[in-house]
Design a protein. Structure first.
Length: 444
């Protein structure tokens, strides 16, 4: 993460760095600070501050103008005027301004609608001396993926902006120039979160993106590799130019991230081949009380637990202690035999042992008839081979033998919908937006 001090939040740090860079680039007027603070306060008051777990969170929103000023201030981009950078900077601040978001993936039309109906913001944008239609065009160009119907719709919207702006109306060369600027902003948008930290931060960002888009964990690495390959290969000229404008450490961060994701993908393929060729198998095991208290055992499970995205880690402070709790149900997955390497686990216990989100009002809480299943934890590389299903089924069997009547847990909305139609007859207890990571119940 770009933050260098633990005494301030990352949002505060990014805000301060943006203002320092803005001043360095000649943007000293007070309305830039006002625009930035207004945007931050608006998102925070709508629950989209640092507590929001999604790729398009407040940190990402601030990382984009931060990197935009670094790129623009490098003096390495030809034909980039001070006026161009001003338009890029303001567009970067607002590119994901969506306090009323219903899904994590930004909707550019909704972003621009929010800007248009917010009279305070509109006035601030005019005070900054930028053309609102150009700002709209640049934001439309951040549409991703830039293919098919999405691209077609965005191009039509951009052309309307160009036709409405005195700067670009009837001026093809000007229109081409601002499309080029929008492309630069799009690359910054897609790389900023991966250059502002090391690989652990990049993996955290990828997990946020995967969780927000409801991807199954087995596609996280594959789709991340594809994401980087498409940008590096298909947009090599613009991507290379943008990357070259950033400090050496940031360039190294990005290149290391791409390399490590590729290595993880190769490892995934090797594991899958070994599994299909029956060179490895999974063994489910219920461990003894003595094993549960073994420090090496507990640390191994804790390391796997920490691979889960942050919202999926329940009772994080008490994780180690909960392993030896007699009320905890724990199923372990090992490679090949009962003494093999631990690669995952399913864990849970009485519903009353958990503090869930305040919005949930489970009618069974306090009745001692419901077991809560925490999200399945697996080492990276073993998703998609049936390991999670084996752990879940074993956990269900143990819960049944312990005379629980119901099981509750969290899962993606489409997964729960499929289970409502299966033999499990799952039912929604509470739905959460924009996460779509919902709380459900099944009868055992």
């Amino acid at each position: 993460m770009v933050k260098s001090s633990s005494t301030i939040s990352n949002t505060e740090y990014l805000r301060d760095q943006i203002l320092i860079l803005a001043k360095k680039n000649g943007f000293v007027e007070p309305h830039y600070k006002t625009i930035l603070d207004y945007t931050i306060n608006n998102l925070q008051s709508n629950g989209l501050g640092e507590e929001y777990y999604g790729y398009h969170n407040i940190d990402h929103l601030l990382e984009v103008p931060f990197c935009t000023l670094l790129v623009g201030g490098s003096n390495k981009i030809p034909n980039l005027s001070q006026d161009d950078l001003k338009h890029l900077f303001v567009s970067a601040i607002f590119h994901d301004f969506e306090p009323d978001k219903s899904t994590d993936k930004p909707n550019e039309e909704n972003v621009l609608r929010n800007l248009q109906i917010d009279t305070i913001l509109k006035e601030l944008i005019l005070d900054a001396g930028v053309d609102f239609e150009i700002i709209k065009a640049l934001i439309h160009r951040t549409t991703y993926p830039w293919t098919g119907q999405l691209k077609h719709n965005a191009e039509n919207a951009i052309q309307k902006c160009f036709d409405s702006s005195e700067i670009t109306r009837g001026k093809p060369e000007k229109q081409e120039h601002y499309m080029w600027l929008g492309w630069i902003l799009s690359i910054i948008d897609r790389t900023s979160s991966y250059v502002t930290g090391d690989f652990s931060k990049a993996m955290h960002v990828a997990k946020m993106n995967s969780h927000a888009l409801a991807w199954h964990p087995n596609v996280l690495i594959q789709r991340s590799v594809t994401y980087f390959e498409e940008m590096v290969k298909n947009e090599s000229e613009i991507h290379g130019m943008v990357l070259n404008c950033l400090p050496n450490k940031m360039q190294k961060n990005f290149k290391t991230t791409v390399q490590k994701f590729t290595e993880l993908r190769n490892k995934e393929i090797q594991i899958k081949n070994n599994f299909e060729n029956k060179n490895l198998k999974f063994t489910v095991k219920m461990e003894s009380s003595k094993t549960k208290k073994n420090h090496e055992f507990m640390n191994t499970l804790h390391d796997i637990y920490l691979e889960l995205p942050r919202p999926l880690r329940f009772n994080e402070k008490n994780f180690i202690d909960s392993l030896s709790d007699p009320k905890t149900i724990l199923t372990i997955l090992r490679l090949n035999d009962k003494n093999g390497t631990i690669i995952g686990f399913a864990k849970g216990g009485p519903l009353e042992n958990y503090i869930l989100r305040s919005e949930i009002n489970d009618e069974n809480f306090g009745k001692r008839n419901t077991v809560f299943l925490e999200p399945i934890a697996l080492k990276m590389g073993y998703w998609g081979l049936g390991a999670g299903r084996q752990l879940r089924q074993s956990f269900l069997m143990q819960s049944h033998t312990m005379n629980f009547s119901f099981l509750t847990s969290f899962a993606f909305r489409d997964v729960i919908e499929k289970r409502t139609e299966s033999m499990e007859k799952a039912e929604f207890v509470f739905k959460f937006d924009p996460e779509r990571w919902d709380y459900y119940r099944i009868e055992l």
